[in-house]
Design a protein around this ligand. Sequence first.
Ligand code: SAH
Length: 253
Amino acid sequence: MFEDIRIVLINTSHPGNIGSAARAMKTMGLTDLVLVDPQNFDPANPPEVAVSMATGAVDIMSSATVVSTFEEAVSDVAIVMGASARNRHIPWPLMQPRAAAGKAIDVLKNKQKVALVFGRERTGLTNEELSMCQVHIHIPANEEFSSLNVASAVQVLSYEMRMAVLAHTGQLEADYSGDWGVSWDNELATQDDINGFIKHLETTLVDIEFLDPTNPRQLMPRLRRLFQRAVPDKIEINILRGILNMVKRNHDK
Ligand code: SAH
């Protein structure tokens, strides 16, 4: 299960934090690190400060995958969980780490991937990035000082994931039961599937003049939130796209 848990760091500015995050991951048995547009960092030749923070976890850091966009980092992932230090404008499904880890097990036991996404040191995740996550996780820290160092946040969430996996495999006594309420018979849609559907939906809504592209307001983020909250499987996405095709066909008649 550990191999299907991905840690994604977005646009990290301090390479030392990448080393610390690698160490945090390795202590908890995680190996899959993806870096989106990291600053001053090349995994093939990591800076000294990153190496010294990683200590014995240099292997995790050196085998990190570097990509340039959020979409690439999570394209093959079923559930994306964004770690956020703040509450944002549009309310989104918000979970505490333990509950989120329980839900993650439901996906991992079907051999699909879960990503935990962490934001920039200074500004965190953008609203657009947060809207690409099914769930937001907030570590319920001191309300007057709630922003953890990014690698510390990685440590806390990796620990919770580990505890949930241990509980699931009978190596821990704890109540980590948490599921989405269904046991899936079908593979979950990946982020690629969901993004393809959302684009298709947007085009259709423009075609039928429900969505005015010159004044889109919050329609697409709200629809995205709705469909992400539902955690659709691949067959459900195919059904929805089939409906859109039929809407278009009848509208064009
Ligand atoms: N000033 C930024 C904080 C960034 S801290 C902001 O307000 O968003 C860097 C990253 O660490 C965050 O983007 C988030 O992914 C993670 N993080 C820090 N504190 C956290 C908390 N209390 N709960 C969840 N994630 C947290």
